[in-house]
Write a protein that binds this ligand. Structure first.
Ligand SMILES: Nc1nc2c(ncn2[C@@H]2O[C@H](COP(=O)(O)OP(=O)(O)OP(=O)(O)O)[C@@H](O)[C@H]2O)c(=O)[nH]1
Ligand SMILES: [Mg+2]
Ligand SMILES: [Zn+2]
Length: 286
């Protein structure tokens, strides 16, 4: 019998699905397919009381993924909102944060930056302020160990994905939102770089209308799926300068009379962002 279910746990090759009746089933795919993600609505064939086979996914509203030269990694499907989590510890990887933002813009999913561990001393907010222009929503400063009502409010009624470096507190926040210690939390007090505590992506129900996907920490974010001619469009703060370069197909690298380079040189556009754009251009054209 074919039934519809949602993927609630993604172990890469095997999955856990939840039927619309609330039944949890261990699920494999046919022909070792791995092109499924947490949040996917799928057709399943139920085999017995606790096993099923995933036949295919239903049309997706969106899919967030990263892609390096050889392979792509699906992060989650059908999410309404991505929360990019960062903190002062582990040391923030700003390249990774910018890449994640770029991927969410390309996937057309609104993103919010959560700066966690605000209870720690030396929490200088200045380093985060640059992201305000890159996100349509302001940055939220929280401590997952303290009051998280502002996050709960923002998540209400939506499917939310938590993504970020290992050790920033994604699972701690997940547990705080759930009101119980379900997701495993790692101790990084001895290691600044953090260790990967969460090893698979998992979807939780916060209430009847709100879901939350906790994911393993990421170290890199390949953007090989982005196309050359679209890239600049994914820099929302760059839009006012686009179309003003001498060449309509300007890549904003070595071309003469590039409006963005000029703006950056004159301090009207952040040089850091132009260099980031050029870096991604060079990377996807290798
Ligand atoms: N001081 C402080 N520590 C926090 C906060 N949130 C999380 N931590 C600590 O940070 C460490 C890592 O937290 P996790 O929730 O496991 O981090 P994670 O992002 O899920 O890590 P991965 O699963 O490896 O990706 C734990 O020791 C938490 O107790 C916070 O708001 N303040
Ligand atoms: Mg975790
Ligand atoms: Zn240009």
């Amino acid at each position: 019998m074919i039934t519809i279910a949602t993927i609630v746990e993604d172990y890469g090759r095997r999955f856990v699905v939840k039927t619309d009746d609330g039944l949890l089933l261990q699920a494999n795919t046919r022909k070792k397919r791995t092109d499924f993600a947490c949040g996917d609505r799928v057709h399943i064939q139920q085999l017995n009381d606790n096993q099923a086979v995933i036949e295919d996914y239903l049309p997706r509203n969106n899919i967030l993924f990263r892609q390096d030269i050889r392979k792509s990694k699906l992060l989650a499907a059908n999410v309404d909102q991505v929360f990019i989590i960062a903190a002062v510890i582990p040391i923030p990887n700003h390249d990774l944060i910018q890449r994640t933002i770029l991927a969410t813009v390309a996937a057309n999913i609104p993103a919010v930056l959560i700066v966690n561990k605000n209870d720690l001393p030396d929490n200088n907010h200045d380093i985060w302020e640059k992201y305000i222009n890159l996100l349509s929503t302001p940055i939220i400063y929280i401590s997952a160990l303290g009051n998280i009502d502002i996050v709960r409010e923002k998540m209400r009624g939506k499917c939310n994905l938590l993504i970020g470096q290992s050790g920033v507190g994604k699972s701690t926040l997940t547990n705080a939102l759930l009101g119980e210690q379900i997701a495993r939390v790692g101790d990084i007090s001895a290691k600044e770089t953090g260790c990967h505590t969460t090893t698979h992506t998992r979807l939780f129900n916060i209430d009847n209308t709100t879901t939350l996907i906790d994911s393993p920490g990421i170290q890199s974010f390949g953007l090989h799926h982005l196309k050359n001619h679209e890239l600049a469009n994914y820099f929302p703060e760059m839009r006012e300068f686009l179309g003003k370069c001498r060449f309509h197909n300007c890549t904003h690298r070595n071309e003469p009379n590039c409006a963005i380079k000029t703006a950056a040189q004159e301090g009207e556009y952040p040089m850091e962002r132009l260099l980031f754009l050029q870096k991604i251009y060079n990377e996807i054209n290798q």
